[in-house]
Design a protein around this ligand. Structure first.
Ligand code: GRF
Length: 217
């Protein structure tokens, strides 16, 4: 079994998707063992308790980034965690944390990286006027929303979209993307070479065509 820790600061819908996939045997040999949050009242912690998963709050008050991350890494090490998933964890990781779990930390981001890193991916996409956006899973490196890309989903931007509506459409794809990324990891099918992630068994052609907007003639 591959032991997974999910780090989340908020509502935890991606965590919920992972739990559901585990229950449905769609997550390969992965077991979500720990949910860790910097926010005591994060819904993600409640989801963990409901699922019978250990829920751990580590309070950042009075700790600098290094000191906080040292506690998090100690908690992960103590439990023998193999894979860390950042699912809406609103903290930047210190280089020491990244190095300790190099290529074993997956983040999910609501945009097609390298476009629109940071907060408010859907808002940034709307403001920029792109016609497609999406979601990205990637291994975490020392820069924010930057490491080697695992999977991406493509989501159209529609004329009447608000950031909320677009965010919901992206989120629906995030859940599948994250489950699939974790499954590929725990099945040992991901290898990293520089910026590139190789997926064992990847098809050489896409299963679905890229989105092309329809224009009235
Ligand atoms: C998601 O949009 C994720 O891409 C971003 O934070 C949000 C977390 O949502 N990093 P949830 O807490 O999993 O519902």
């Amino acid at each position: 079994m591959v032991d997974v820790a999910v780090l989340a600061s908020g509502r935890g819908s991606n965590l919920q998707a992972l739990c559901q996939a585990q229950a449905d045997h769609r997550l390969g040999p992965a077991r979500v063992r720990l949910v860790l949050s910097d926010q005591e009242d994060a819904r993600a912690l409640q989801i963990a308790r409901d699922e019978g998963i250990e829920a751990l709050h580590i309070d950042p008050a009075g700790l600098d980034r290094e000191a906080y991350d040292a506690r998090v890494v100690a908690a992960l090490d103590e439990r023998g965690i193999d894979l860390v998933v950042l699912a809406g964890f609103l903290r930047i990781l210190s280089p020491r944390f990244v190095q300790a779990y190099r290529h074993r930390i997956i983040n999910i981001h609501p945009a097609l990286l390298p476009s629109f890193p940071g907060l408010d991916g859907p808002r940034q996409a709307l403001d920029h006027g792109v016609r497609v956006t999406g979601a990205t899973t990637h291994f975490v490196d020392e820069e924010v929303d930057h490491g080697p890309i695992i999977l991406q989903s493509v989501v159209p931007v529609l004329p009447d979209d608000t950031d909320e509506v677009l965010g919901e459409r992206i989120l629906a794809t995030e859940h599948e993307l994250l489950v699939e990324s974790v499954r590929l990891f725990v099945e040992g099918r991901l290898s990293v070479s520089g910026r590139k992630v190789e997926i064992k068994g990847e098809r050489s052609y896409p299963r679905t065509p890229l989105f092309v907007p329809e224009v009235a003639t």
